[in-house]
Design a protein around this ligand. Structure first.
Ligand SMILES: NC(=O)c1ccc[n+]([C@@H]2O[C@H](COP(=O)([O-])OP(=O)(O)OC[C@H]3O[C@@H](n4cnc5c(N)ncnc54)[C@H](OP(=O)(O)O)[C@@H]3O)[C@@H](O)[C@H]2O)c1
Length: 252
């Protein structure tokens, strides 16, 4: 079996850093043309695109703003001509204490939902509309172990948003399979990225390591090959499924 994505154009959100960057690199290595989405880190995104080649281009959008979400998909479509696969990876994890005031809690909750769930839902909608007139396509949504296991008290919104991503993905798989659309969830556990560093600062590395069955923390490069496999079509009959990549820390 050989994974060859040379006939695929793939949009990866949040590809400037962390897991998204590793996914973009892996997909391009398999031959895909990648739309490298970023928000604030234009230089890093450009560096990724230059590095991975295969016609990769960068696209900026703040996914907390629905109008920019729509523009992102339309811009990629305009430049690439078509899209075969959407990888919703961009996400935020805002720690907010249950003791914070109600306004601060609501702000944090809303921002989390906008980026993690609303933007993902809207990009899925755009992709489904496109895929139905383009012979089908694949959606790979990056959720989290937190969707199944729950999270700490400071990350209630984060876990809730990722739970939403899981049911969104399952609904797409059920509703649009006949249109040739396949949808998958990848649920990482703790993975060594900037997002994880914030958590390590707060809870300590020992706490994080004590949670997993393996000896080393998961790296972004441990997530990316699964995404390439799902994009390849070899796993199409697993549509709707979730693949856990959490170093044996939680099975459900
Ligand atoms: N790391 C973990 O332990 C872990 C565990 C489970 C699930 N996940 C999930 O995996 C995905 C990637 O996480 P990561 O750890 O790689 O995160 P990260 O290192 O913090 O990178 C986040 C990415 O999302 C983009 N982003 C953030 N806010 C955005 C916004 N408002 N609009 C558009 N893009 C935005 C960033 O773009 P810029 O840098 O350009 O601003 C960046 O490319 C997320 O969905 C996360 O929930 C991570």
């Amino acid at each position: 079996m050989r994974i060859d994505l040379s006939d695929q154009k793939i949009l990866v959100t949040g590809a400037s850093r962390g897991i998204g960057q590793a996914i973009a690199r892996q997909l391009a290595e398999a031959g895909a043309q990648v739309a490298v989405h970023f928000n604030r880190n234009a230089d890093t995104a450009q560096h990724v695109a230059d590095d991975i080649r295969h016609g990769a281009l960068t696209f900026q959008a703040d996914l907390s703003k629905p109008v920019e979400v729509v523009q992102l998909f339309d811009n990629v479509l305009a430049r690439f001509g078509s899209i075969d696969c959407l990888v919703n990876n961009a996400g935020i994890a805002l720690g907010t204490s249950i003791d914070s005031d109600d306004i601060a809690f609501t702000d944090s909750w809303s921002k989390t939902m906008l980026v993690n769930l609303h933007a993902t839902g809207l990009l899925c909608k755009k992709a489904i509309n496109h895929f139905t007139t383009n012979g089908g396509g694949r959606i790979i949504n990056i959720a989290s172990r937190a969707a199944f296991r729950g999270d700490t008290g400071d990350y209630l919104a984060y876990a809730a948003s990722k739970g939403g991503v899981v049911s969104l993905t399952r609904s797409i798989a059920r509703a649009f399979g006949k249109e040739g659309i396949k949808a998958f969830t990848v649920a990482p556990g703790f993975t060594r990225t900037d997002m994880a560093e914030d958590f390590i600062q707060k809870y300590g590395e020992t706490y994080v390591k004590s949670d997993i069955a393996l000896t080393t923390l998961t790296q972004p490069e441990d997530i990316a090959p699964t995404v390439a496999f799902l994009a390849s079509g070899y796993a199409d009959h697993a549509t709707g499924t979730t693949i856990d990549i959490n170093a044996g820390s939680y099975m459900h």
